[in-house]
Design a protein around this ligand. Structure first.
Ligand code: 6R9
Length: 707
């Protein structure tokens, strides 16, 4: 058995539901409550009694089975809960995860024939959910909304699928989707899946250049977008961004014949939308004309489902490729257990479908379970900070899944004197307590570590001390939850993602790649495969192996640091590579650097992450200018604008630090360790600077720090 199993075995002897949390006003400061024993927060007896996994014993029993017999465990779920046109071959899973033994390969349910759209819609409709609400859509503007039942959703999906077929989209073709959170976004994903096309959703906050880069990489048959979207009071002209991207990709030899554009009437009228005759097509003009039924394209479990680009430690985004069968089984099962899903739940995940969370836990995981899903178009603090709880009350949301950055912005965290913190927290509290929130049952967190004080505020204030928090650790690459609480199963510790999901074997290794046991911290790796794992990086299997499987041979390397405490709980400590996590969005330092140096007056740039009150991490950029160019406020603004234009507004540096020189080793390597210390003003911790080619640059940088 694994180390982890031993930890969990000792966990099983812990009491469950042994303590109750009383509601104290002091909780608004996010401090530990007197009733928390050794930092444990216990689920209530009532919650545990009704939970799918009601105790550590039950978890342990299932976890053990999943590790000792993964093929039996997963094939049992796959065959009893999904529709397969044809069952998989003899092997449930075939894999090589060791670079020393040849090419990395992961296959689950190979030979099995299925369709994930069929499993989301037709299968649930056949099981009696035809008239159940599938999607509630809430517009940016309060008062505007819409909804679709499962059968209405199927009709819309089929119409689009038929249209896509009519313009020649076939199994295996890529489709680029650049849409905000309209119902048309999950509709598009499902329509692609229905006909075996491979969707690649690009977050609608990316710039035209980033979009063009992705178009050039995956060469789609069609681009699907809308004319504009409103976020808070701002109107964003998405179609203009697409137009610019298509000009750019044409320069790189990729021209797109069809740009299907949805008219998002609440944001912009048709008449005001720029149009290219022959290429651009209004969704509303064509899609509704197609039949509301569409035959399913049956695909192999290992046929690609989607590509999603994510940031890595070099400049070029990586096309993470997920396939059909394993991803389907994994997202559905993780959704069900980590949120203790019941048929009567109303589920709202605030993530955008442009990120993996929106793929696995807005669209596929919930829909595979036949859940009712809330999709919200706008900004969480518009028209005010109470909007989220307004939506929770309006739709009687029972499961609310969000990111720590949102929790922190709503609790108005601050590092001022505690008196002011208290006052501002009291003010922000009103935005929460104005609403009932009594429908809430389970809360969830994702994207970055949640600090214990934000955890407690979320738990005590938002959830009224009733709702367990599933702090789900996972990645674009993993497809679904990897380390996550199962609500009701065991006591939680604020800030810990707790234990691995079924079938997942996390290991913590030291620099040499040796597994370390017991209380420890190190690099987080995973042993063995799980059905939701990504299969390759699109067009670059070599990079897949180098990035993820070569650093610690025999394991999948996550890029995260992690520690395990004496009770076996896991604590994620953040990225250990050159990736920064800003408001839960992954950004490669190299991407920001290459955007900065594309500015004609910037000679060199070095970007590091710094702690940020609300965003978790902020972007701090050191820039060296071209010889003779003076640094000015105007130049600072134009550097930031360059990053906004090249990547997107969310990647704009929080701070530009003018650096006449950068600290480099004699071999010319930038010493980021030193830059990180300067950025966070930990000037007494600079460490050894004697190996620098020019040690003087450090003092120079410090002198310029706040200029
Ligand atoms: C799902 C998602 C992945 C990176 C990951 C880690 C961080 C995500 C976390 C968390 C601590 C959690 N991360 N969830 N860190 N606790 N619950 O966010 O995917 O965009 O690929 O980011 O996010 O650093 O490596 P992705």
């Amino acid at each position: 058995t694994t180390n982890h199993l031993r930890h969990v075995e000792s966990m099983a002897s812990l009491p469950s539901g042994a303590g109750k949390i009383s509601h104290l006003n002091a909780v608004i400061l996010g401090e530990a409550l007197a009733s928390e024993e050794n930092d444990f927060v216990f689920p209530s007896d009532d919650f545990s009694r009704q939970a799918l996994i009601p105790s550590p014993h039950k978890y342990l029993e299932m976890y053990k089975r999943s590790i000792e017999d993964p093929a039996g465990f997963w094939s049992g779920i796959a065959s009893s809960e999904f529709y397969w046109k044809q069952k998989w071959g003899d092997q449930v899973c075939s894999e090589n995860l060791d670079v020393r033994k040849g090419d990395i390969k992961i296959e689950w349910f190979k030979g099995g024939i299925t369709n994930i759209c069929y499993n989301c819609l037709d299968r649930n409709i056949d099981a009696g959910l035809a008239d159940k609400i599938a999607l509630y859509w809430e517009s940016n503007e309060p008062g505007f909304d819409a909804h679709l039942t499962y059968s209405q959703l199927l009709h819309r999906v089929c119409q689009l699928a038929n249209y896509l077929k009519s313009i020649g989209v076939r199994k295996g073709d890529a489709v680029i989707v650049y849409l905000p959170m309209l119902m048309e976004l999950p509709i598009t994903m499902l329509a692609c899946a229905r006909i075996g096309a491979v969707h690649s959703v690009v977050f609608a906050g990316f710039s035209s250049e980033s979009l063009a880069q992705r178009i050039v990489d995956c060469k789609p048959k069609v681009v699907i977008t809308c004319n504009a979207v409103k976020r808070g009071p701002k109107t964003i002209h998405l179609k203009d961004i697409v137009d610019a991207a298509l000009v750019e990709s044409a320069k790189n030899g990729i021209s797109i014949d069809v740009c299907l554009t949805y008219e998002n009437q609440s944001a912009l009228k048709k008449e005001s939308t720029k149009w290219q005759e022959g290429r651009d097509v209004w969704w509303e003009d064509v899609v509704p004309k197609y039949p509301t039924t569409c035959d399913v394209e049956w695909v192999d479990a290992e046929d690609p489902l989607f590509l999603l680009y994510t940031s890595g430690s070099t400049g070029k985004p990586k096309g993470v490729l997920h396939t059909t069968g394993g991803y389907m089984v994994y997202t559905a099962t993780t959704f069900k257990y980590a949120f203790d899903y019941k048929e009567s739940d109303v589920y709202w995940c605030t993530a955008d479908c442009g990120w993996i969370t929106g793929h696995s836990y807005v669209t596929y995981g919930p829909m595979l379970n036949g859940a009712t899903v809330v999709v919200y178009e706008g900004a969480p603090n518009y028209p005010d900070s109470g909007r989220c709880w307004d939506i929770v009350d309006k739709y009687k949301v029972t499961i609310f899944y969000t990111a720590p950055t949102l929790v922190r912005s709503l609790m108005r965290d601050g590092d001022e004197a505690s008196y002011f913190v208290l006052i501002s927290r009291l003010l922000s509290l009103q935005y929460v307590t104005r609403y009932s929130r009594k429908s809430l049952r389970v809360l969830g967190s994702v994207g970055e570590p949640i600090n214990p004080s934000a955890w407690r505020w979320f738990f005590n204030v938002v959830g009224g001390s009733r709702c367990p928090i599933s702090d789900t650790w996972w990645q674009t690459e993993t497809g679904g939850f990897m380390i996550t609480p199962l609500p009701g199963a065991w006591p939680q510790k604020p800030g810990s993602a707790t234990f691995p999901f079924f079938g997942v074997q996390p290991v913590i290794v030291d620099e040499k790649g040796t597994e370390i046991d017991g209380e420890c911290s190190g690099y987080l790796c995973v042993k063995g495969s799980w059905p939701g794992a990504f299969r390759t990086l699109y067009g670059d299997h070599e990079r897949y192996e180098t990035t993820y499987f070569r650093p610690f041979p025999g394991y999948y390397f996550t890029g995260d640091g992690c520690s395990r405490d004496k009770d076996g709980y896991h604590w994620l400590t953040g990225r250990v590579d050159d990736v920064i996590n800003v408001s839960g969005h992954r950004i490669g330092t190299a991407e920001v650097e290459s955007a900065l140096v594309s500015h004609p007056q910037c000679a060199e740039a070095a970007v590091v992450g710094v702690e940020h009150e609300v965003k978790g991490q902020g972007i701090y950029a050191f820039v060296t200018l071209v010889e003779g160019v003076p640094y000015s406020e105007e130049l600072r603004k134009s550097l930031i604008l360059t990053v906004r234009n090249q990547i997107g507004a969310f990647a704009a540096p929080d701070k530009i630090h003018w650096a006449p020189g950068l600290p480099k080793t004699r071999s010319g390597k930038i010493m980021r360790r030193i830059l990180r210390k300067i950025a966070s003003r930990q000037l007494d911790e600079l460490g050894d600077v004697s190996t620098l080619a020019e040690p003087g640059v450090v003092d120079q940088l410090i002198a310029l720090a706040d200029s």
